[in-house]
Design a protein around this ligand. Sequence first.
Ligand code: ADP
Ligand code: MG
Length: 371
Amino acid sequence: MHVGWLGAQMYSAFLVGHCERDSVSGEGGLELVDLTVSYPEAPRPAVDSLDLVIEPGELVCLLGPSGCGKTTILKAIAGLLELAGGDVRMDGRSLVEVPTEKRSIGMVFQKPLLFPHLTVGENVAFGLRMRRLDPGFIRGRVTEMLGLVQLEGMEDRRVTEISGGQSQRVALARALVVEPALWLLDEPLSQLDANLREEMRELIRSIQKQLGVTTIFVTHDQEEAVVLADRIGLVLEGRLRQIGPPARLFEAPATVEVARFFGGHNQIPGKVDAGRFHCELGTFVLPQPVPPGPGILVIREEAVELAAGENSFAARVQNTRYMGTHQQITMSARGVVLGMRVSSSRSLPVGKIVDMCFPSDRIWIIPGLDG
Ligand code: ADP
Ligand code: MG
């Protein structure tokens, strides 16, 4: 087949798990052990000593800014890049010596990468045809898969005549038709407009739960990750910084970098002593026992309140900005600049002195840093 238009690497990636009948499959538990990938002449590894265990049937979102190594991680799992170190294991078995096409992986990219000369049905059927399965069986499977992605009855349409969203649905079906043990999606919604993106998110989530296929969904979009993921793994500069249920990354960030990434911009250095946090702004009662020592108090902008009483202090309104759904307020107190959100209808003139409060159950302390 002529593949020049697709590029050799994308072609082999698409074929992941599509060619061989004796591919590695099983429960679909995936383990990355000390995974390290380096590009020639790069000053540091693109992926650095990454450990990650994904349970069978789980949907993990790898989230991080552009260039942090997300695509490199997927390519390493698929066997499209050689490892500088570490291991990729499926159900306990190392895949390092297993060629890409035997790894039982279905991949979806940013672009649908459909075969333009084939119909919708032929595109979906491709992986099964390569396995030389019975034509009747293939027809049945294609109908089933098109139903799954809500493209019923579109078998005979030309892929050049369908919309971008429909093309990406075909790509989802094509990756899943071979029943891969692992589904890898690399920013598959980033080229779609906002409304369609939300709809496709829901579709992917429901297909994933229906099939129970172990899935890694890569994105740079925080909201997308929060909505989709069982667990989010935050990747910064080639390293996995924290992994956990979405709420944990928002409310209980492991480091100041994780906090900053998830919008925990209010970070105040200080010291924990006898269940209280002492800092420039005063003394704050903590919600639960925190070991004594230096730390950084983190509180989200939307958690800060305008109220007197416990954990409150006087602050001056420095700047207000109307944001539609709320107002973004910059406050200053004892030389510390803080952000908070208030209702868009509330009047807060610049220069006004108000009582600001950190509700104790919204305070998070990142320990171990010098205050
Ligand atoms: P992401 O998918 O998160 O945007 P990538 O995995 O594509 O990130 O890239 C991670 C890092 O590796 C980046 O610094 C990028 O510039 C570098 N990189 C990616 N591909 C190559 C390549 N083929 N050769 C050299 N460096 C690369
Ligand atoms: Mg990428």
